[in-house]
Structures are given as structure tokens and as C-alpha cells.
Design a protein around this ligand. Structure first.
Ligand SMILES: [Zn+2]
Length: 120
């Protein structure tokens, strides 16, 4: 995964986390079990444990409640996403979707929600 939006320290924190959890039997999808900050009919908003700290002061994610890729989403799910995007998501500065180069968990569709941080 590319880490162009994280500080070196945050990228190292991820590597450390991976090393500490290496050898553990995977208990499934990290996004499925992630606690929600807010829940909708088909979607939830969660914290990002490893934020894009180079550019964001707040880094949340929105994802479908069910484990699904982008192409598996139903019209009802997309319709609700559009509603959330034009209401709740307006609280954020940026809505960011990774590409195949940067997506770490492509099996569970998610979009990054960022509040930018000013010059340090
Ligand atoms: Zn999942």
C-alpha cells in the first residue's frame, strides 16, 4: 500500500501493528468488526485507526454494513449513500476513494472522510 498521505511515523505504526499481529489466524474482515460512530440503514461511519495524518485532522470512513465490494452494492445501498453524501458527509472537507494502487481492503468497499489540517 502506498503511504503518501501518512507521516513516516504513522506508516511505521502500521508496520509495527502488522508485525505484532503476524502469525495470528485471521478472524475475518477488519472493517466488518469495526465499531460504528454512526449507523444508517445500509452504511456505517467508523474511525480510521491509521489516519492520513499528513493532511487530515479527522479521518473517518464510510462503508456498507454488509461485506461487499463496490460492484456488489445494490441500488438501494447506492441511493442511501447519495443521501448521506449530500447531508452527513458535508461535515467533512474531502471524500476520498482509493484506487487499486492504494486500496488496502478492496473486499469491503469503503470511502475515506477527511477534515483537512491547516499549515503546521
Ligand atoms: Zn468486511
Amino acid at each position: 500500500m502506498k503511504d503518501s498521505l501518512r507521516t513516516k511515523e504513522m506508516a511505521e505504526k502500521i508496520e509495527l501493528y502488522k508485525a505484532e499481529h503476524a502469525g495470528e489466524v485471521s478472524t475475518g474482515c477488519a472493517l466488518c468488526t469495526k465499531p460504528a460512530l454512526e449507523t444508517f440503514t445500509y452504511w456505517k461511519i467508523t474511525e480510521n485507526k491509521f489516519p492520513y495524518d499528513l493532511i487530515a485532522s479527522t479521518h473517518h470512513m464510510i462503508m456498507p454494513l454488509r461485506h461487499a465490494t463496490e460492484t456488489e452494492l445494490t441500488m438501494e445501498e447506492w441511493k442511501e449513500y447519495q443521501e448521506i453524501k449530500h447531508s452527513k458527509l458535508q461535515e467533512y472537507d474531502y471524500i476520498v476513494e482509493g484506487t487499486s494502487k492504494t486500496k488496502s481492503i478492496p473486499a469491503h468497499f469503503h470511502i475515506h472522510l477527511l477534515i483537512g489540517k491547516g499549515p503546521q
